[in-house]
Design a protein around this ligand. Structure first.
Ligand code: HXC
Length: 510
């Protein structure tokens, strides 16, 4: 028996070496960890159970029958994150550059199937050169099998992708269909076709970083939700994120005990809104002062900063926060902000995470750039997402709620459950200046009359009470009680049950 055990250990040791010490050293030299080192950081200590470590490819073309490495370029299995089951696959760049063969794909799909069957999240760590060139169509078929499972799992279990090296060709579309994509700065890049092909086809000269580094995908394309400094930070932040997420769409998120009292008053909020309505203030301050222990996991913090999205907790329970940000473009809704927030709202609704919306929005951004860029359809994405959402929806209007953006931002009319306004709220078709210029155009040459019209408009409409008189606002609350009000509303909505009419699926304006 001892001999057999020794033989198993030898085979395991061999498999764990992947592409060999030289390639492991090269990986480290580039500032990257190996697939197994990453998994060790991601999962609870000693919790990883590896599957299929002896799998080899079956390719016989190009002399590949003499070049086999146990594991075939991907490490797969399951473990726990803070005690909760999580499935994981990590591309091993030391083995054929992490490229995907038929056998490699089968290892991934086995894990995807298990994750879906057992209703637990799956995390993919990417560091790979795309389709295994020697395998041809067998690799393409393998990708297709992975993609199909991504789609079937969407909205059932959280799927997370972390890009930690190259991610090119076929490798990009699986992450693109998962819920979140994270990247490591300077060592990872993602593109469909690399710089050489780009040069041939379009004659553009770009580096890999310029084409698809974290700096591009977190700021310009919005493909990635966040970038991290290095592999260690990325893995530790994934552990933190997973604590905010449920295991599946029916499980709910475990409550995280907190010492932060739900009725904590925050007097400083009473002076958050500046006297001057055109002066910005930082929505992050409000969010951090309202949520448990100021703990906020922001999603897409470097993209469309005019809207803030992320996870937090109230009384230990996960909530999704969406907030207009007056510090960026005065908090206006544009195409990027609408897409960003729309996707976030839909994620929360899929996974039964209540939505808390803080509103300070001067409207939709005017201009040809926005209109030509499809603002109507992009704005509709956010409207659609809020309107179809059946999770508890709590809205707090802190200042401006103008025009169509008032309706969109989780208003009563699209099934906001509890809609509060601060006394500083201004709920109107538009700001006083614009309104007066339209309805009193004939007086435009008379500054005194215009000033009087403006004051009349402000007195009547730049307050929460016109909306409150109609029941569109449930209560005008004092800012310092915002946490208590939200917390109580969430408890009241705990058993909320709303069902949309049966349909195969909706037709959100893509
Ligand atoms: C087989 C590959 C490979 C691949 C890399 N390798 N990519 N083997 N198939 N796709 C191997 C290399 O031969 C090398 O083996 C090792 O991995 C490391 O690669 P290097 O090139 O030395 O590393 P580096 O300089 O860091 O460059 C990494 C890279 C580059 C940028 C990823 O390897 C590269 O451009 N690879 C090809 C990318 C590509 O075109 N993939 C196909 C995309 S088409 P040794 O033995 O020397 O260590 C595609 C279509 C699918 O994916 C569509 C489905 C929908």
């Amino acid at each position: 028996m001892n001999e057999i055990i020794a033989e198993i250990e030898k085979r395991r040791e061999n498999a764990r070496l992947g592409g060999g010490q030289k390639r492991i050293d090269a990986q480290h030299k580039r500032g990257k960890l190996t697939a197994r080192e990453r998994i060790d950081l991601l999962l609870d200590e000693n919790s990883f159970e590896e599957f299929d470590m002896y799998v080899e490819h079956r390719c016989t073309d190009f002399g590949m029958q003499d070049n086999k490495i146990s594991g075939d370029g991907v490490v797969t299995g399951w473990g726990t994150i803070n005690g909760r089951t999580t499935y994981v696959f990590a591309k091993d760049f030391t083995v054929f550059g992490g490229s995907l063969s038929e056998a490699h794909a089968q290892k991934i799909t086995k894990i995807q199937d298990m994750a879906l069957r057992n209703r637990a999240p799956i995390i993919g760590l990417f560091d790979a050169g795309g389709a295994r060139i020697q395998e041809g169509v067998a690799a393409l078929g393998g990708y297709g099998e992975v993609f199909q499972r991504n789609v079937l799992s969407s909205g059932v279990i959280p799927q997370i992708s972390v890009i930690m090296g190259p991610c090119a060709g076929g490798d990009v579309y699986s992450p693109a269909m998962t819920d979140f994509i994270f990247m490591v700065k300077d060592t990872s890049y993602m593109f469909v076709t690399g710089p050489d092909v780009v040069k041939t086809v379009t004659n553009e000269t770009v580096t890999a970083e310029e084409l698809g580094g974290a700096s591009i995908h977190t700021t310009k394309s919005s493909i990635a939700d966040k970038g991290y400094e290095n592999d260690v930070e990325a893995m530790l932040q994934m552990r933190r994120l997973m604590d905010f997420l449920p295991s599946n769409n029916q499980s709910g998120v475990p409550v995280l005990p907190t010492k932060d009292a739900s009725d904590r008053v925050e007097m400083s909020l009473d002076s958050l809104i500046p006297e001057n309505p055109n002066q910005p203030y930082d929505m992050h301050e409000l969010i951090k002062k309202v949520v448990d222990e100021g703990d906020f996991f922001e999603i897409q913090d470097k993209f469309a900063g005019n809207i803030v999205t992320g996870f937090a907790r109230i009384e230990g329970e996960t909530v999704g926060i969406i907030a207009n940000q007056p510090m960026v473009l005065a908090g206006v809704l544009d195409s990027d902000a609408s897409r960003k927030a729309g996707r976030f709202v839909r994620f929360c609704d899929c996974f039964n995470i209540p939505l808390i919306t803080f509103v300070d929005v001067p409207g939709f951004l005017p201009g040809t750039a926005q209109e030509y860029g499809g603002l109507i359809k992009h704005g509709a994405k956010l409207l659609f997402a809020y309107a179809e959402a059946t999770v508890p929806k709590i809205t707090v209007i802190t200042r401006k709620a103008y025009g169509g953006a008032y309706d969109v931002m989780s208003s009563k009319h699209i099934r906001g459950d509890v809609n509060y306004a601060w006394p500083t709220a201004e709920i109107a078709v538009m700001g006083a200046k614009g309104a007066v210029e339209i309805i009193h155009r004939k007086d435009l040459g008379d500054p005194e009359k215009i000033a009087q019209h403006t004051k009349n408009y402000e007195d009547r409409f730049c307050s929460p009470f016109v909306a409150a008189e109609r029941g569109y606002i449930d209560e005008v609350i004092v800012p310092h009680n915002t946490r208590r009000r939200i917390s109580r509303a969430l408890s009241m909505l705990k058993n909320k049950k709303v069902e949309n009419p049966w349909k195969k699926h909706d037709n959100i304006p893509l």
